[in-house]
Design a protein around this ligand. Sequence first.
Ligand code: PHE
Length: 535
Amino acid sequence: MADGETGGKEAVKETRKGAGKGGALTRRGLLVGIGAAGGAGAMYAAMGALGLAPTGQDKEFTPPREGDFTLRGKASASVVILGAGVAGLTAAYELGKAGYDCTLLEARPKAGGRNLTLRGGDRVTELNGPAQDVTFGEGVYFNAGPGRIAPWMVTLDYCRELGVPIETFVNSNAAAYVHVNGKTMRARTARADMYGYVAELLAKATDTGALDRTLTRDDKERLLEFLRRFGDLGPRLDYTGSDRRGFAEWPAVGAGTPLDGPGTLRQVLAAGTGRAITNDFGFEQATPMFQPVGGMDAIVTALQKAVGTDRIKTGAKVTKITTMDDGVEVAYTGGVMKADYCIATLPPHILARIPHNLGPQVTSALAKPTPVAAGKIGLEYATRWWEREDRIYGGVTETDLDITHIWYPSHDYHAERGLLVGYYNTGPEAELYGALSPEDRRRRALTQGKKIHGEKYRQNVLSSASVAWHRQEHIEGGWVRWPAFDSSFTLLQRPAGRVYFAGDWLTHLIAWQAGAMESARAVVTKLHQRVLQSP
Ligand code: PHE
C-alpha cells in the first residue's frame, strides 16, 4: 500500500503518540479486579445461554477488560442496530451477552458488509455494472475484503472466543517479487542490495571519522559491528553482494550459482525499490499475520450464529432515523422499528443520505469523511505455478503498476488449483479498474501481471471475480479518509440523543476489522453505562 493511501496516516501516528502513555495507564486500570469480576460475567453468559435474559437493571458496573470483553451488569433495553457488518454484529454479540434485545437491519442480502468471501455459486452485483457469477472450483475462495489480521488486533480475540480457527497469513515473503521501474527482482535481492549499500555508506562514514562529533569510540565499534551484519559487508566495509540476494541455482550437492550482481550503488538507488521493501515494516503489516481457515467470512458466520440469525433482517434499507425522549424510531423498507436505543454502523457517506433528526452538527460531521475507492480481483488458476515454478508460498509482490499488489494464497499449499489476488489497489487505480467491465479488469490485470511472471500468468486461468468496493451497493467505498481527526470525529464518537455511531471509520484503525470491533465495544460500553444509570 502506497504511503498515504489509508487516509490521514500521519495524523493517525500523531494521535497514537499522544495516546500511548494514557492508553497504557487506562489499560492497567482496566485490568484491576479481573478476578473479582470473572464470576459475574460467567454467570450472565450462562443465563443468556439458558434464555434467562435478565429483566431488571443491575446498578453495578465494571468497565470491560481488554481481550476477553464482557459487559458487567445486566440490562433489558432494546437496541436496533443499523448494519450487520463486523461493527454491527460485534455490538449485537456483546449486548446480547448482557441481556439486551437486539435487532439488526441490513440493507444488503446478507450480513458481513465488507467482510466478504466469494466462492463458486456466489453472485456479485455492482452499482452501474453487470453482475458476476462466481465459478471457482470446490474449496477455492477469494477474500474480496479484509484478508489479514495482525496479532495484536482484537479480531484474534474474537476468533479465539468464537472458535474460529486461524492460520498464518504470509505477508512478507523474501521469495515474492518487487517490480519497480519495469524491472522485476526477488524481494530478497532488493533487500540485500539496499541494506548492503546503506550499511556500506554508513560504515564508511563512521570509519573515516565523519560522525566523530556524534559517536564515541565505543559507539563506532558497536555501530560498525551491527552494520557488518546488517549489510553483510566485507572486511573493508564494502558491499560486494551476498548470498542473501539468492541464487540462479540453489546450493545442493554443489555450491550453487549465485545471482549476477549486485549493480552499483547508483543502479541500486535508481531501481527505486524503497517502498516495496519497507511495506512490512509498519506495525500493522509486520510478520506474522493471520487469517481464518477457510475464508475471512468465518468470523461473520460465527458472529451471526452467536447473535442469532433471526435477529438479522436482510434487505432492510433504512429510510429515516428519529430519536425521541423515550426511544428511537427507525423506518426501513418493510416497516418501522421502535427501540430504546439505536447503533448506526453504516458508512458515514451512506448514513449522511438518510433523513434524521439528530441535528445539524451530526449532519455536517457525517459529511467530513470521504470514501476511498478500493478493488481486488481473484484469479483462479488450474495449477499453482507460483509454488511449483516460482517457489512462492504466500506473500505479496509489490509493484508500481496499477495493480499495486499481487497476493499469493497462504493456504492449501500444493492443492491442485489455486487463486491469487491479481490486483489490490485503492484510490485512482481502483477507480480505473472499477470503471472497466469484469472481463476488461481481468484482461488488464493479466497484462500487468505478465510483466512480472511472464506468459504463464495468462495461461491456465480458470475464472476470476472482482469487487470494486466503491461500486458496492450500500457500502460505496473501501474505507474512508478523514481530512483530520477533529471535533467531527469525536462528536460522532458520542451519541446523538439515543442514537450511537460505530464502525472502523470512527477509530484510528480505519480499514481494519479490529477498528469495527473496537468501535462497537466502546459504544456498547457507553450505552450500557447509560442504561444502568437511568432510573
Ligand atoms: N487493512 C488493509 C490492508 O491490510 C488496509 C490497510 C493497509 C490499512 C495498510 C492500514 C495500513 O490491506
